[in-house]
Design a protein around this ligand. Structure first.
Ligand SMILES: NC(=O)c1ccc[n+]([C@@H]2O[C@H](COP(=O)([O-])OP(=O)(O)OC[C@H]3O[C@@H](n4cnc5c(N)ncnc54)[C@H](O)[C@@H]3O)[C@@H](O)[C@H]2O)c1
Length: 268
């Protein structure tokens, strides 16, 4: 019989990471919830979930938290590397230092997490890693190139690593969330730009933002045996937002608006 599975989740102070830590714990996993924001992470202790404060951009911190998880639980089976920051700005205006900060946390920080996790996963006889990329890891948006570069990088890395470590029984996959409400990253949109918030919902065929727990459900799937033959995959959970071209019609199901001048011309 398999003993209690153990997982480490980064970016767990709120949003998708917290929902994932809560969901895994509810499913019976032992969980170490990690974030650099000690204040917002305090929910975990109150909920009886182990926690550790760490900066994922630090190699030492990564070594420390994975050693901590293995020492507490005696094993490590699942790793959710989810912490990230936003970082947008026009191509000539965004300071290079800010670009480096986004790469340091979102891309290199995730790599450091994988490197620190691997020995413990090997000792457990295998396991699964899920990293949180984004639909911005597959597409692009104006003035979001720094974040997009990091999130695209994660997917390339996941694809390459799936071929490098799969033979050891260690799977690695990426989640690409669409717009997810009630997170540190998106709260400012709903608070400061409600019209934009509504417009984003209308761009999604399902006509709404995702709940953090809908992303947590996919991350749980990716680190659990339920996805045992899924490896090197970028799983898009965006309510269908990315499957259209965006060139014709709203995503609301209403008939596309075709200007009278072109109607009937060139349509096969
Ligand atoms: N919310 C969305 O719409 C959305 C869409 C696509 C992708 N994502 C991705 O989902 C993931 C979770 O984000 P979220 O939306 O829940 O926002 P969030 O801001 O609530 O969560 C990110 C967490 O990462 C932590 N963090 C940032 N830098 C860190 C560091 N150096 N060390 C340790 N912790 C650090 C933050 O403190 C925060 O708690 C991110 O990877 C984000 O890029 C979110």
């Amino acid at each position: 019989m398999v003993g209690q599975r153990a997982a480490l989740v980064t970016g767990a102070a709120g949003g998708i990471g917290r929902a994932t830590a809560e969901r895994l714990a509810a499913s019976g996993w032992a969980v170490l919830a990690v974030d650099r924001d000690a204040g917002r992470l305090s929910w975990a202790e109150a909920a009886g979930i182990a926690s550790a404060v760490a900066d994922i951009a630090s190699e030492d911190d990564n070594r420390r938290i994975f050693a901590d998880a293995e020492a507490r639980f005696g094993r490590l089976d699942g790793v959710v590397l989810n912490a990230a920051v936003t970082g947008g700005g026009p191509i000539e205006a965004l300071p290079v230092a800010e670009f480096r900060r986004v790469l340091d946390i979102n891309l290199i920080g995730t790599v450091l997490g994988i490197r620190a996790a691997l020995p413990a996963l090997r000792r457990a006889g295998g396991g699964a890693i899920a990293v949180t990329s984004s639909t911005m890891g597959l597409a692009g948006d104006s003035e979001n190139w720094a974040y997009c570069a990091a999130k695209h990088g994660l997917i390339g890395m996941v694809r390459a690593l799936s071929r490098e470590i799969g033979w050891e029984g260690i799977r690695i996959n990426a989640l690409c969330p669409g717009p997810t409400r009630d997170t540190g990253m998106t709260a400012m949109i709903s608070d400061l730009a409600p019209a934009h918030y509504d417009m984003m919902a209308r761009a999604v065929p399902l006509q709404r933002w995702a709940e953090p727990d809908e992303m947590a459900a996919v991350l749980e799937f990716l680190v659990s045996p339920a996805s045992s033959y899924v490896n090197g995959h970028a799983l898009v959970a965006d309510g269908g937002a990315m499957v259209g071209t965006g060139l014709v019609g709203p995503a609301s199901g209403a008939a596309p608006v075709i200007p009278a001048a072109i109607e009937g011309h060139g349509q096969q």
